[in-house]
Ligand binder design. Structure first.
Ligand code: URA
Length: 433
């Protein structure tokens, strides 16, 4: 099969057969499909979409492009977000689910498009190995119940390559490609159950509720069809979920959350809601109310924090990261406050613009091979609904130098909406089963 012929047919809006899709995925995996061809195929799918049979074929071929894990104990449970800004939930939830009795092999991704990635946040920890071999992965999970890692060469390698090309070719926002990408990794990890956080709003890939619902429906149907008990919460992404955007800065928020030093209310609510839902799907709680209590206890007792600390140490990071984060996470050289230009109420953020500003600062990638600077981004982001007076600090920029800090401060200012009154917006917008 000639790849350019398959790309041409997709470009012209035709359907591909499962065998043709499998051939393209084989080419992604063995490298015979070049980056230009992969980018062109992705764009053809973005523009013309896929039918259900094509979507399932793409998901299954990408799952089977590497190993599919099997576990002796369980239930094997995971959570996945479709991507947002300040979304540090995975860092806290993986250990919380583990201490509630789940086995959590959390295969996570890097930043994608304007959104941050869990792996990039973890790589801000010196020594943390995001790509352990299967022996170490099993050992860490045996010791702690969870491991947040990246796709090793053996897990869904087709997605790893496709993801990197989509990240820099404006081909992320596709229901078909997001479904195949998320589920190929998750299904390759051998899950019994999966709870999805489908983000909706200015910082999400699906900006409006109808699109987010369609994505949630596609993910839930394909995952359940593949034998993994799955449901989704659709949650608001019209403002950063944590008061920070940027890899090390978000990691610090997660460490403060786990230790109870500072717990942002929106982050707490989304984390606990997803946790309760996951425990029900995994059969560890009969309903979300007792599930919620189990998750609360995991955090309040400090057991989730201890589990996270053990996981970090087992994967090569420092043993006292939770107690002494600033010993290991160095600040960016330049920092600048973003001052409110006038009095008012913060009515929301152009969250996507904040994510793009983090990329401009060097905290995300322009090319798949780019190295990122984990130190840069925004911290102390005031939440929606805050009354400010002129001169108040809306956020703090962290940058490699003063000039980029000033440019980022301008971008943040343009992305921060200050008006007369903030409309109350629900945090959890829907529940798709
Ligand atoms: N997360 C993924 O893993 N893949 C996507 O395509 C989008 C979000």
């Amino acid at each position: 099969m000639l790849y350019q012929e398959l790309i041409r047919r997709k470009r012209d809006g035709q359907r591909l057969t499962p065998a043709e899709i499998a051939a393209l995925v084989q080419g992604m995996t063995d490298g015979t499909l070049g980056d230009a061809q992969l980018g062109a195929f992705a764009m053809a799918v973005v523009l013309n979409g896929m039918g259900l049979t094509e979507r399932v074929a793409l998901t299954e071929a990408m799952r089977d492009s590497g190993d599919v894990l099997q576990w002796d104990s369980g239930p094997v449970l995971d959570k996945h977000s479709t991507g947002g800004i300040g979304d540090t939930v995975s860092l806290m939830l993986a250990p919380a689910l583990a201490v509630c009795g789940a086995v959590v092999p959390m295969i996570s991704g890097r930043g994608l498009g304007h959104t941050g990635g869990t792996l990039d946040k973890l790589e801000a920890i010196p020594g943390y190995n995001t790509t352990p071999d299967l022996r170490l992965l099993r050992q860490v999970i045996g010791m702690t119940g969870c491991a947040i890692i990246g796709q090793t060469g053996q897990l869904a390698p087709a997605d790893r390559r496709f993801y990197a090309v989509r990240d820099v070719t404006a081909t992320v926002e596709s229901l078909d490609l997001i479904t195949a990408s998320i589920l190929s990794k998750k299904l390759a990890a051998g899950l019994d159950a999966l709870v999805l956080d489908v983000k909706c709003g200015s910082g999400a890939f699906m900006a409006d509720l109808a699109q987010a619902k369609a994505l949630a429906r596609a993910l839930v149907d394909v995952a359940n069809g593949a034998g993994c008990r799955t449901s989704a919460l659709i949650t608001d992404m019209n403002t950063p979920l944590a008061p920070a955007a940027g890899n090390a800065l978000e990691l610090l928020v997660a460490l403060d959350f786990l230790t109870g030093r500072a717990v942002p209310p929106r982050l707490w609510d989304v984390t606990c809601a997803l946790g309760a839902e996951g425990l029900v799907l995994a059969g560890l709680a009969p309903d979300t109310a007792p599930g919620r209590k189990m998750i609360d206890d995991a955090f309040y007792s400090g057991r989730a924090a201890a589990c996270f600390g053990q996981m970090v140490a087992a994967l090569g990071g420092p043993r006292d990261l939770l107690e002494n984060p600033t010993t290991y996470i160095s600040p960016a050289p330049a920092s600048l406050e973003v001052a409110a230009p006038h009095d008012g109420v913060i009515t929301g953020h152009d969250t996507r613009a904040i994510g793009l500003a983090v990329i401009e600062l060097g905290g995300g990638r322009r090319q798949p091979t780019d190295r990122i600077d984990p130190r840069v981004g925004f911290s102390d982001i005031l939440p929606e609904g805050t009354h400010v007076t002129r001169g108040d600090t809306l956020a703090r920029v962290h940058a490699a130098d003063d000039a980029t800090a000033r440019a980022a401060a301008q971008s943040f200012l343009a992305a921060c909406q200050i008006g007369g009154a903030a409309a109350a917006r629900p945090l959890i917008l829907d529940h798709i089963t």
